[in-house]
Design a protein around this ligand. Structure first.
Ligand SMILES: Cc1cc2nc3c(=O)[nH]c(=O)nc-3n(C[C@H](O)[C@H](O)[C@H](O)COP(=O)(O)OP(=O)(O)OC[C@H]3O[C@@H](n4cnc5c(N)ncnc54)[C@H](O)[C@@H]3O)c2cc1C
Length: 338
């Protein structure tokens, strides 16, 4: 494993915030994980496990050890009962993983193409897009418990998956180092088209029965037209979660704002579009210092050039307060502020 002292984290977070970690440990092989945990290098130290830094905003220098994984491979473990069981190392880029699966006709992840970040973060975040979430395809998660040194395998049902949520953000927060994830993918392709916006684009293009490659290409194209490319504009993707409110509360808001975008969750709950509310409140395209609300998608905060994490926090706080005042709805951060 590689250990660097007083290292800039700017290349390792997609918001491009220039802060420093006291130590940066880079893991490049399975042996590195075992060595780091076995040696108790982190014992008694403040540490943070970083993936691709695409959902993290650093508001100050990190006084401690940042651990990140880099590289790795994707392997077919087994083909049985109509499924491919595919293992990927934590440091593999999620988008590379998705494209590798599509190219090999291992189906199930194609709607989640172009999500930045790593395979290791996918169970932590339960990443998702266009109607599919990581929980739909994860078979098991292999990890080290940093506190006990124990190696564990968590089955899908043990992971406590929810909307951008898992046990790794809850009861096991901050103590897990995911080293591999096993996915259960399908041999036969069934397009997952329950997401209306995706259906619309496919219909417009006359793709009534699209292939996985076509869905992957269309999703990548639509995303590129709406979301900032992290290589060009710093951001952390959707900055706020879509709030889930009691159905009666959603009805009250809909009476006042009939055009409010919402999605039923179950009979008692409705998910509201945070992006719609932020846009309605007039934030889309607005800047404060070096932070802006992306002009093509109000849910995304962007770095206009050299912004600090504090500026991002202030902008987020101002938006949260305004949405509460206007709609009586509390927005929660999807991005992790450190
Ligand atoms: C332009 C843009 C678009 C985005 N679009 C989407 C989208 O459509 N859907 C979506 O769900 N997300 C989206 N995101 C958010 C982000 O891509 C995901 O949350 C992604 O999973 C984060 O991966 P990461 O490797 O960068 O993790 P990081 O941001 O580095 O970390 C995220 C969390 O995972 C933990 N973690 C990371 N690696 C490990 C590991 N190996 N072991 C244990 N814990 C770990 C970290 O401690 C942290 O808690 C987007 C982000 C951007 C910038």
């Amino acid at each position: 494993m590689k250990i660097e002292k007083h290292c800039s984290l700017k290349p390792y977070n997609t918001f491009c915030i220039d802060v420093e970690a006291t130590e940066l440990v880079t893991l490049q092989s399975q042996e590195d994980y075992a060595q780091l945990v076995g040696s108790q290098y982190l014992k008694g130290k403040n540490y943070f496990v970083l993936g691709g830094g695409s959902n993290v905003v650093f508001t100050r220098d990190f006084d401690g050890v940042v651990v990140r994984s880099e590289g790795g491979s994707v392997r077919l473990l087994e083909h049985r009962d109509g499924h491919y069981f595919v293992e990927a190392d934590a440091g593999v880029l999620w988008d590379d993983f998705v494209r590798h699966c599509v190219a090999n006709e291992w189906f199930g992840v194609e709607n989640m193409v172009s999500i930045p970040g790593t395979v290791g973060a996918s169970p932590v975040q339960n990443v998702g897009a266009y109607g599919v979430e990581a929980k739909d395809v994860i078979e098991s998660v292999h990890l080290f418990d940093i506190e006990t040194g124990e190696k564990r395998t968590m089955r899908n049902a043990d992971c406590g998956f929810g909307y951008r949520w898992s046990v790794f953000k809850g009861a096991l927060k901050g103590r897990c180092l995911v080293d591999r994830v096993v996915f259960r993918l399908d041999e036969h392709y069934t397009p997952k088209l329950n997401y209306q916006a995706l259906r619309n684009v496919l219909n417009e293009r006359g793709m009534d029965n699209p292939t996985a490659q076509q869905v992957c290409d269309v999703v990548a194209e639509v995303r590129a037209s709406k979301l900032p490319d992290p290589k060009v504009i710093g951001s952390a993707g959707s900055f706020f979660k879509n709030p889930v409110v009691p159905a009666a509360e959603a009805e009250r808001l809909k009476a006042e704002y009939p055009e409010l975008v919402s999605f039923p969750v179950d009979q008692q709950h409705t998910k509201l579009s945070a992006g719609w509310m932020i846009e309605k409140a007039g934030w889309k395209g607005r800047d404060r210092g070096q932070v802006g609300v992306y002009e093509k998608q109000a849910l995304v905060l962007v770095n206009r050039g050299g912004c600090t994490g504090d500026e991002v926090r202030q902008m987020a706080d101002a938006i949260i307060a305004d949405i509460m005042a206007r709609f009586g709805v509390r927005l929660e951060l999807e991005a992790i502020m450190l």
